[in-house]
Design a protein around this ligand. Structure first.
Ligand code: SAH
Length: 251
């Protein structure tokens, strides 16, 4: 596929949240692979947040984009959720979902039961997050959190493995000692499409992800791998991993 490859600052102008949802979170026969990836993440999120092992006061969800699936299990386990993204336009979709406006991506079995806890008092609104900054939340004053959750975002934001490692350190710095960092990464990504626009994706191996998180001061508690890849028309990648880590209690 030819054409411009969008990266970094292009996101603000070129990333279309509606198109993103249509491409990756539409439940029709053209998105079987995308549905499998969503199921893989939902299953792992449920396992992670329903075990009772990961719960507490504050969870920071970095890079949610326009999606909410990642919070369906986590919102039961944390009192407060702080969402932070690079783009202003993404939260608009989430706000629509919270208000049940028409035209919003619905999850199967989504009765709206879980909308209330995230919307009322549990969310602080959206902060600005730039994973390529040493202090990723900028001047925002956020006390150390119990959990950082980031799915399918760092491989889009980081232009090389060193930047990925630095972004991992930045996220771990947001955690309390003993806190958890939970992440899902599309592996060996080359690029992904949002509508007709092609965005850069970082080629990461499972081992690179684990090592980066260990070097950032975390112990890898679980790393689940699935060989499932996105539809070729949407994204070039090979496999996905879901990782649960814990920051050293002495850090
Ligand atoms: N987490 C969602 C959306 C992933 S889309 C999902 O699971 O589907 C990729 C995300 O990377 C977008 O939300 C975009 O805002 C974010 N992103 C791109 N560059 C970034 C940067 N430099 N810092 C932080 N996030 C960035």
């Amino acid at each position: 596929m030819e054409g411009k490859l969008y990266t970094g600052e292009d996101y603000k102008k070129e990333f279309d949240s509606q198109n993103y949802l249509k491409t990756y979170y539409t439940f029709d026969s053209g998105t079987v692979a995308e549905n499998e990836i969503l199921k893989f993440n939902l299953k792992n999120l449920f396992e992670t947040f329903s075990s009772g092992e990961l719960r507490g006061d504050v969870l920071s969800n970095t890079g949610p984009g326009p999606t909410i699936y990642q919070l369906l299990s986590a919102c039961e386990a944390f009192r407060e959720i702080i969402a932070s993204d690079h783009l202003q336009q993404n939260p608009q979709e989430v706000k629509k979902w919270l208000k049940k406006e028409p035209g919003v991506c619905e999850l199967e079995g989504d009765s709206g039961r879980r909308r209330r806890p995230v919307s009322k008092g549990q969310s602080r609104g959206l902060l600005k997050w730039d994973s390529n900054q040493p202090h990723p939340l900028g001047p925002a004053q956020v006390p150390p959190v119990n959990c950082v959750l980031t799915l399918l975002a760092l491989e889009c934001a980081c232009h090389d493995v060193d930047a990925y490692r630095a972004a991992g350190r930045g996220l771990v710095s947001l955690l309390k000692p003993g806190g958890h960092l939970v992440t899902a990464v599309a592996l060996r990504t080359q690029h992904y499409m949002v509508g007709a626009k092609k965005f850069f994706g970082l080629h990461l191996e499972k081992e690179t992800v684990e090592k980066a998180l260990q070097e950032a001061g975390c112990q890898v508690l679980r790393c689940r791998y699935s060989p499932v890849s996105y539809s070729e028309a949407h994204c070039i990648n090979e496999g996905i991993c879901f990782v649960v880590t814990r920051k050293s209690p002495r850090a």
